[in-house]
Every structure is written in structure tokens, then in C-alpha cells.
Design a protein around this ligand. Structure first.
Ligand code: FA5
Length: 359
């Protein structure tokens, strides 16, 4: 075997023995680097006669090309091996079962909020929203509660520091300012429901400083308390998942409605720890309501000669407590995981009217 063939065999053997890129690079340098064996061979061509160069030149050059090709092929194979090894360590076994227990749950307030919006959307109401930090003007004045009016004392208000222009913001004490925002930005007919956070300086087993309310508003050319009663009855039937309900009206007072009506829902609380809706001799407070006061319509740019409407609102946390038998409002906002696991809902059980609200 010629020296050239021996050299080629040795280099090819070293190439296939290289286990990684660094080892392969060392083989390349030893063969094709400046002082490499093949480079040294090529250098000898310069000292040869023309005939000799003609004979050896192609042999040396093709040797160099074969070694370069073998180096490139081995490099590609090593890169493939490295990628396969990496993929093998990162492989996920998709046949493994998911975590046996879902860890998060849906808070009862979120659940009730979803249930409520599903019901009112089905009745043709749009969802409206307003900010937690509200203009004093929208929370009170445009709702017919001017500054220094005694009705302001009905709400224990959190005031925000005065603005540079002297105007004041409040943490909204009810969702009723969404009525104002809606009337200022939309033309009748209006049909909205607005659930959201509200704030009052208040705390005991059934009152929290931050709580949730819902607000409904309907404005059209002809509306009356009968429509309001029907809407509340339809809501109660769907929400409490019973075929029949009975609600009763009591006269009440809200500065932004005239007349004002408070609604109660008939229920049976005779069995300990249980409430049945639609029968019995007990009554539960459901919502405040009334026909929108003409002055409110006027202040919100709606002609009270042409339009009238009704509004209603109540406590969303209270509805959750009633429906799901939760006795105390305070743990709602204490982030106690044991409470959340007990009263929470499965994350994928999104309430729908046809799929069932609270299953
Ligand atoms: C209002 O806030 C009126 N805006 C409701 C309304 C809307 C009347 C539209 C007419 C037309 P009231 O102050 O009564 O009304 O509050 C309504 C409900 O919010 C209460 O019945 C109660 O369920 C709930 N609520 C009030 N304060 C708290 C509190 N601190 N914690 C939990 N729930 C509360």
C-alpha cells in the first residue's frame, strides 16, 4: 500500500473515531490545517519537476477533497446525533395522565357573575362596565344626590384625594354610576346589565368593605314596573334553577328612582341549613329598583318626555351566599385555599343556560 493510501486510511479512521465536534476539529487541523499532513504533502508539489507535479498534483488534490468531504459528512452526522440526544432528553410522555386533581377553582362570586351574565344576555341585555374609581358626579350628583344631600349619608363612602381642579373621585359605592355612563354614551332603547366591584366603609358577617353589586337598566319609550317584575322573575327562575318563583314588592326610597321598590323572594328556610326557593313562608331581600327618576334622565341627556325606564340593583355576593349556602361574606376575600376548594367551582364548568348554570 502506498504512503498516500496509508495516510488516507489513517485520517478516515480518525474521522470516524471522532466522538464530538472538538475531536473532529483536531483531526481536521492535523490533516488540512496549515501544518497538517495533507497540507504538507501539497507543499511538496512546489519543489517537483513539471512532469512529477502533473502526476502527483491530481492525486494529492483529490486526496484533500475526499478528506474534506469525509470531514463535512462526519460533522453533519455528529450534529444530527447531538440533536437527537437533546430531543431524547426533552421528550414529553404525552401518554401520562394529567394531574389527577385540578388545583384552581372558580370563586363563587365569579361563578355567580358568569351565571348572571348568561341569564341576562339570554334576555337580550348587553353587558356594561364602569371603573372602580368613579367621579363623585356620576356616583352621586347625576343620580340626583347633589353635594350635601342627606342621601349621601346612606353610603359610607371612601373618598379619593381631591384632584388639582378641586373635583373629587370616590371608590364607587354602588354600580348605579354605570347607568349614568350608559345613558351619557348611548341612545335609547337601552338594555344593560352591569356586575362589578363596589366599596363602602362597612364590615361585619354580611357586609364587606369591598363587595359586588349588579345593576340593570332599561330605557325605552314605553316601560313600566310590570316589565321590571317580569325581568326579575325570569332572572330568579333561571338563577335559582326552579320552575316557579314568587316575588313581592315593598315601597322603598332611592333618590334616583321614583317610585322606588324593594323586591323580596319567597323561600322556605324551615329545614336547617337549607333554602328552597319558590315555596315557603320566608322572604329574602333580592334587589332595589324603581322607575328612573326624570331628573336623572334629564341630567344624562335623555328626554324624560319621550323616554322612561326602570333600573334595579343588588348585592352579587349576597346572591352567591343565598344560592350556595355560604353563611359569612368575610372569607370571600381572605384567599383561604381551604375555603376556595370547598366553595369553588371546577374551572371548565362554564355556566350556560342550555348546559346548566351550577353543575
Ligand atoms: C344600592 O346600592 C342601589 N344602587 C340599588 C339600586 C339600583 C336601586 C338601581 C334602585 C335602582 P343598596 O345601598 O340597598 O342599594 O345596596 C344594594 C345591595 O348591595 C344591598 O341590598 C346588599 O345586598 C348589597 N350591599 C350593600 N352594602 C354591602 C356591603 N358592605 N357588603 C356586601 N353587600 C352589600
Amino acid at each position: 500500500m502506498s504512503d498516500i493510501q496509508t495516510l488516507e486510511r489513517e485520517i478516515l479512521a480518525a474521522i470516524s473515531a471522532a466522538r464530538d465536534e472538538a475531536a473532529l476539529e483536531a483531526v481536521r487541523v492535523a490533516a488540512l490545517g496549515k501544518k497538517g499532513a495533507i497540507s504538507e504533502l501539497l507543499k511538496t508539489l512546489g519543489g517537483m519537476s513539471a512532469d512529477e507535479r502533473k502526476e502527483k498534483g491530481p492525486t494529492f488534490n483529490s486526496l484533500r477533497d475526499r478528506i474534506a468531504d469525509a470531514l463535512a459528512a462526519r460533522k453533519a452526522a455528529l450534529a444530527d446525533d447531538a440533536l437527537s440526544a437533546k430531543l431524547a432528553t426533552e421528550r414529553v410522555d404525552v401518554t401520562l395522565p394529567a394531574r389527577p386533581e385540578p388545583r384552581g377553582t372558580i370563586h363563587p362570586v365569579s361563578q355567580v357573575l358568569d351565571e348572571m351574565t348568561a341569564i341576562f344576555a339570554d334576555l337580550g341585555f348587553a353587558i356594561a362596565e364602569g371603573p372602580d374609581v368613579e367621579y363623585d358626579d356620576y356616583n352621586f350628583t347625576k343620580l340626583n344626590i347633589p353635594p350635601d344631600h342627606p342621601a349621601r349619608q346612606m353610603h359610607d363612602t371612601f373618598y379619593v384625594a381631591p384632584q388639582a381642579d378641586g373635583s373629587r373621585h370616590v371608590l364607587r359605592t354602588h354600580t348605579s354610576p354605570v347607568q349614568v355612563r350608559t345613558m351619557l354614551s348611548q341612545k335609547p332603547p337601552i338594555r344593560i346589565i352591569s356586575p362589578g366591584r363596589t366599596y363602602r366603609v362597612d364590615s361585619d358577617a354580611t357586609h364587606s368593605a369591598m363587595f359586588h353589586q349588579f345593576e340593570g337598566l332599561v330605557i325605552d319609550e314605553v316601560t313600566h314596573l310590570g316589565n321590571l317584575k317580569w325581568v326579575l322573575e325570569e332572572f330568579c327562575k333561571a338563577f335559582f334553577e326552579v320552575d316557579q318563583v314568587e316575588i313581592r314588592a315593598r315601597p322603598s326610597f332611592f333618590p334616583f328612582t321614583e317610585p322606588s321598590v324593594e323586591w323580596d323572594l319567597r323561600c322556605d328556610r324551615s329545614a336547617p341549613g337549607k333554602i328552597v326557593f319558590g315555596t315557603g313562608n320566608d322572604w329574602l331581600e333580592l334587589a332595589g329598583s324603581g322607575m328612573v327618576h326624570p331628573r336623572v334622565l334629564e341630567m344624562c341627556g335623555i328626554d324624560p318626555e319621550k323616554y322612561q325606564g326602570f333600573a334595579f340593583g343588588g348585592g352579587l355576593d349576597r346572591l352567591a351566599m343565598l344560592k350556595y349556602g355560604i353563611p359569612d361574606i368575610r372569607p370571600f376575600f381572605e384567599s383561604d385555599l381551604r375555603w376556595l376548594r370547598h366553595y369553588g367551582f371546577a374551572a371548565l364548568d362554564i355556566p350556560t343556560l342550555d348546559g346548566g348554570l351550577s353543575r
